[in-house]
Design a protein around this ligand. Structure first.
Ligand code: IFM
Length: 724
């Protein structure tokens, strides 16, 4: 039987090194550490990212900063350095326990000179104390006696994609603890780390603390007899000036307070914190072990990326698990990842939505730079909420050229995606305080942007949005993208309704906000009229909604016309080529029908499903596509498609189906998978003041169970297939 809580690696395959570094990433919503080995290995990406700690880099503006390595261990066994690049690993087994976040690796290593040593490594980043990281190692010489040396360090020799982002400030040794202090070069964030190593098991070790610049270390040398086990535990703390005034003192104090059996105490607290999370967020699937494990894997990765104590950070498209997209956040958060939190951990959803509220100044700047009013949220956002989408990136196919990235200029739907997520959170939580103090401002300020961005055409007597990119990024510079226009219309009507609500909920707050935004009753009347006049493509004779003006005139080819293949339609045809055909990178009209189903009849959804599905590059296009496709498939009663696309999303990172999992977890796909289980298979619907389910379990599933919070009360949905 498949283990339903463990991701395992049963043999060491160097080719999959970076994939596993991503897949087995650990974290606690404050930091994320890739699963590199404790000892060094060539080609690894030794990385710890901390939420909100960005610094400047060329081209992509800003990048999450790679922290000094806290895991580093140099182990020398009777004169031979332990490394998997040498010798032979025997009985290799690595596993990540999703239930408690513990990563373990055990192996017997035969050195080039034939010495065999059993090594067992464990580590976790505490969910109970987000500043604490713990490691434990057992070393047993099996066929020799000899000297064993272990050197542990805080290694500030790390870089971020070859850029140095740290200025080393100071380091030292205090009461057996080593510490290190640094500051980011441009953003001036100070960080401090401290480390303590405890030698256990009664072995006499000679301890030293070599104070090597940028690499304070603790070394222990001892004599071990054949069969004797050397055991040590290592604790690291990390603080930054984003969390406290004096990171060094906090880092030292954090470790000074560790109890006698710190590993046990810390691990118990960590495991209890995890138990609470899983109690609220787990989704139980019976009848499909692969789907069950993949879903837990996805939820785990979102939980370790979710800020629990910080409302000024967001989750990057690749979470904190890799370098893809530099730590930048997209609509991936609000539309794909956030529902898991809104429905199961509303406190986290509130933090993430507050990030947008706190970053309104960046959205004002973007609107102003484009010549508009109000708040236009950036397509890519990082530390301070300014637009950080790169304008040009290197063309890897032709090193002499650059590629112009248009999404930062044209993919404007994100402002309405954020409004949508706020309303969804409000409906579920009824958190009126948040709405009155923050949500309303975001929705109204961005409606103000739309009012200035919409283009009036006196000929059609309608408003249009020209030169945009919808969710389907194979088509750039299009006019009247259906997804964007419908969402904007919804947004402006919603803004008027929210303004009405605020007046009754808190007249003073409403009046203050309206004054601050320079809006009044006349503005709301204008917005309502404008919203009604936005051109929203209607069904043609066959019930189809045209994805953008002129889409149906593009060359009609299907995604399958390019099979067999191992790359996206865009990499086969090039940017211009893909722009000229109807194949989509990800569902666009169907995405609209998923978010605003009340606007479309079942027949219309069916017609559009049938048309757009074969034209969508679901295998190699965007990783955001399959989960949404799966949900729509359940809506049209196509169980086979639903399961196929669910599994596509499920395998994205576990199986590395796109070959780019090394760059980090596809956070949107992970969040989409949760939605596909709950809203797709589970058929959970929210309507006005009630919720109901219309399950669509794939035939082989025996049970689907999930929980969610409805207005402060936990709801349990337990769907069981009928016994035959
Ligand atoms: O936000 C997505 C977009 O929809 C497709 N390209 C990748 C982005 C980040 O995941």
């Amino acid at each position: 039987m498949t283990d339903l809580w463990n991701i395992t690696e049963t043999s060491f395959e160097p080719k999959r090194l970076r994939h596993f570094e991503t897949a087995l990433t650990q974290g606690n919503g404050y930091l994320g550490t890739r699963a590199t080995f404790d000892e060094y290995y060539p080609g690894e990406q030794r990385t710890t990212f901390v939420h909100g700690v960005f610094d400047d880099v060329p081209v992509v503006f800003t990048h999450l900063v790679n922290f000094p390595d806290w895991t580093a261990l140099d182990i020398t066994l009777a004169g031979e350095r332990f490394s998997l690049a040498e010798g032979t690993p025997l009985d290799y087994h690595r596993e990540l326990n999703l239930r408690n976040g513990l990563l373990t690796r055990s192996l017997r290593w035969e050195s080039p000179h034939g010495l065999i040593t059993k090594l067992e490594f464990s580590r976790f980043t505490s969910l109970a104390d987000q500043h604490l990281m713990c490691q434990r190692v057992f070393i047993t010489p099996e066929n020799y006696s000899g000297k064993i040396q272990v050197v542990s360090r805080l290694d500030a020799g790390t870089d971020t994609m070859r850029y140095q982002q740290w200025r080393w400030l100071d380091q030292g040794v205090e009461n057996g603890l080593i510490w290190l202090k640094l500051r980011t070069l441009a953003t001036n964030i100070e960080a401090a780390m401290a480390q303590k190593v405890l030698f256990k098991g009664g072995i006499e070790a000679e301890i030293a603390t070599p104070d090597i610049v940028k690499m304070p270390s603790i070394s222990a040398t001892c004599q071990a007899d054949v069969g004797q086990t050397l055991w040590f535990e290592k604790f690291t703390s990390l603080y930054t000036s984003r969390d406290c005034d004096n990171p060094k003192s906090e880092a030292l104090t954090g470790l000074a307070h560790l109890e006698n059996d710190p590993w046990d105490a810390a691990f118990t607290a960590n495991a209890q914190a995890w138990e609470k999370e899983w109690d609220r967020c787990d989704v139980v699937i019976e009848g499909d072990d692969e789907a069950q494990l993949a879903l837990r894997f996805s939820i785990y990765h979102l939980l370790i990326a979710a800020p629990r104590h910080d409302e000024r950070v967001n989750i990057g498209a690749k979470t904190l698990s890799g370098y893809g997209y530099h730590g930048h956040s997209f609509w991936d958060t609000e539309i794909f990842m956030l529902p898991l939190f809104t429905f199961t951990r509303p406190e986290i959803a509130r933090n993430l939505l507050s990030y947008r509220y706190h970053n309104l100044p960046g959205a004002h700047e973007k609107a102003w730079e484009g010549g508009f009013q109000g708040a236009q949220f950036p397509w890519e956002s990082a530390g301070d909420g300014r637009e950080v989408t790169p304008t040009w990136v290197p063309n890897h196919a032709d090193r002499k050229s650059l590629i112009r990235i248009w999404t930062g200029d044209l993919e404007i739907h994100i402002s309405s995606d954020i409004a949508f997520a706020i309303i969804q959170y409000w409906r579920l939580s009824q958190d009126d305080t948040f709405m009155a103090e923050r949500g309303a401002e975001v929705i109204l300020d961005s409606a103000k942007f739309w009012a200035s961005r919409l283009e009036w055409d006196p000929q059609t007597e309608q408003y249009h949005l020209s030169d945009v990119i919808g969710p389907d990024e194979y088509h750039e510079h299009v006019d009247d993208n259906a997804y964007t226009n419908y969402l904007v219309r919804w947004h402006m009507h919603t803004a008027v309704a929210v303004a009405e609500w605020l007046k009754t909920y808190n007249a003073q707050a409403a009046s203050d906000l309206f004054t601050r935004l320079s809006i009044d009753e006349q503005t709301f009347a204008n917005w309502a009229t404008m919203a009604d006049q936005i051109f929203c493509p209607q069904e043609n004779g066959g019930g189809l909604i045209e994805q953008f003006a002129g889409y149906f005139e593009r060359t009609d080819v299907l995604a399958s016309d390019f099979d067999p293949r191992s790359e996206s339609v865009q990499s086969i045809l090039g940017i211009e080529g893909a722009n000229a055909v109807q194949v989509l990178k990800q569902p666009d009209v169907l995405m609209l029908m998923y978010l605003l189903p009340e606007l479309f009849t079942p027949e219309t959804i069916q017609a559009n499903y049938d048309y757009y599905t074969p034209r969508t590059d679901l295998t190699f296009g965007s990783s955001l596509g399959p989960s949404i496709q799966a949900i729509l498939a359940t809506r049209v009663g196509n169980q086979e498609d639903a399961y196929e696309n669910f599994m596509r999303a499920a395998r994205a990172d576990i199986e590395d189906v796109r070959g780019n999992a090394r760059d980090g977890i596809h956070g949107a796909s992970a969040g989409g998978l949760w939605q596909a289980a709950v809203f797709g298979f589970g058929g959970l619907h929210i309507e006005d003041d009630r919720w109901y389910i219309q399950p669509h379990l794939p035939a082989h599933l025996k049970r689907l169970q999930f929980k969610f919070m409805w207005r402060g009360e936990e709801q349990v949905v337990d769907i069981r297939a009928e016994e035959e």
